[in-house]
Design a protein around this ligand. Structure first.
Ligand SMILES: [Zn+2]
Ligand SMILES: [Zn+2]
Length: 359
């Protein structure tokens, strides 16, 4: 085993620090376990060059080595030997030394994905708010107890280096996801991913006053990250069904109401339904024009995160009667003959506009 360290790195005993460094760099890339998966000879070679570099990069250790050879380091280690696990423990430092800073998050666990869940509710439910329980299939942390050891690909470093031409690239170790740890043995539940798919019941609370397109963020209700990573969030997207009677305009509710043309003419009272399924009385003023609106204060939608409500807006349409009896026709004809310009609110304006158009 005790090959000369200079031979291991393929350099002369007079090699400068930078020559040592570049020799190591080349060899470390060549034999890195990430590039030689399952090749135990390469793995051993990788360890050897790392050990050699560990000693030769340090002027003091190098001097000692030059004087006393391997013996200098084998003595002090006791039993397992100075180069055993201990020597190799400095591995990440070497890498750091050679390739620069660690980069952030060497030990970071990956956070799980956010999830989206679409909920369609009725306008009445948007008015009152709604609680519902849904079942969402998602990844959760594996409930089994796992024990861990140092990652066999990156030796616990969490990152691997690859060389491409002049460029050295550092990336997160694929085996351990950057944690530097891998599971001991085989977990039959999660196949060592640290998470399993499960149907999870989730209580969703939709507040009163939501609108289509609103989303509710449920912190930590997303998917578990791999290898015990934290949970993402769940976003509940709200969609509201069209209502048969009501249209929503932000906080207001519009209701189109057809009334007899006589009521529109003479005035009167009508009843209209509200969103909370009550009837309210609305008084129609005399001479109400078709398409005009009446406002009922505070009978509209709930306003999100308040105790107040918008308004209800009643849009009145005067209905033209059909299937008249001859008596009714006679009455209407009589009535028609009595009409004068004074009875019209709009005709004059309309014909004025027509006149202008042809001038
Ligand atoms: Zn790893
Ligand atoms: Zn497991």
């Amino acid at each position: 085993m005790a090959e000369d360290f200079y031979d291991t790195l393929g350099i002369s005993r007079e090699a400068s620090d930078s020559e040592i460094k570049s020799a190591y760099r080349k060899l470390a890339m060549k034999y890195h376990p990430d590039r030689n998966q399952g090749d135990s000879a390469a793995e051993q070679k990788f360890k050897d060059v790392s050990q050699a570099y560990e000693i030769l990069k340090d002027p003091k250790k190098r001097q000692t080595y030059d004087q006393f050879g391997h013996a200098a380091f084998e003595q002090g280690g006791g039993g397992a030997g100075g180069f055993g696990q201990q020597g190799f423990g400095g591995f990440s430092d070497i890498f750091e030394d050679i390739f620069g800073a660690f980069g952030e998050g060497g030990q970071r666990e990956s956070r799980g994905d956010d999830l989206r869940y679409d909920v369609t509710i009725d306008l009445e439910e948007a008015f009152t708010g709604k609680s519902l329980e849904v079942t969402i299939p998602k990844m959760i942390n594996c409930p089994e107890q796992h024990s861990y050891k140092s990652c066999s690909t990156c030796q616990g470093y969490g990152k691997v280096r690859t060389q491409s031409g002049f460029f050295s690239m550092e990336r997160t170790c694929g085996r351990c996801g950057g944690t530097g740890q891998e599971m001991k043995g085989r977990c039959s539940k999660c196949s060592n991913t640290g998470r399993i798919k499960q149907n999870k019941k989730i209580q969703i609370k939709i507040p009163a006053g939501v609108e289509t397109g609103n989303r509710i963020r449920m912190s930590g209700e997303g998917e578990a990250g791999e290898r015990g990573g934290s949970y993402g969030d769940l976003y509940v997207f709200i969609n509201i069904n069209n209502h048969k009677l009501f249209q929503r305009e932000r906080d207001n509710i519009i209701c189109d109401v057809a009334i007899p043309f006589t009521t529109a003419t003479l005035g009167g009272n009508i009843e209209v339904p509200t969103i909370e399924k009550k009837m309210v009385n609305v008084s129609i003023p005399k001479g109400m024009q078709s398409g005009h609106k009446l406002r009922i204060k505070g009978k509209g939608m709930s306003i999100l995160r308040t105790n107040t409500r918008g308004d209800m807006i009643v849009k009145v349409h005067a209905e033209t009667p059909v299937n008249l009896s001859s008596d009714q026709e006679k009455l209407l004809n009589q009535f028609n003959e009595t009409l004068t310009k004074k009875n019209s609110k709009m005709t004059e304006g309309f014909f004025d506009k027509v006149k202008k158009m042809f001038n």
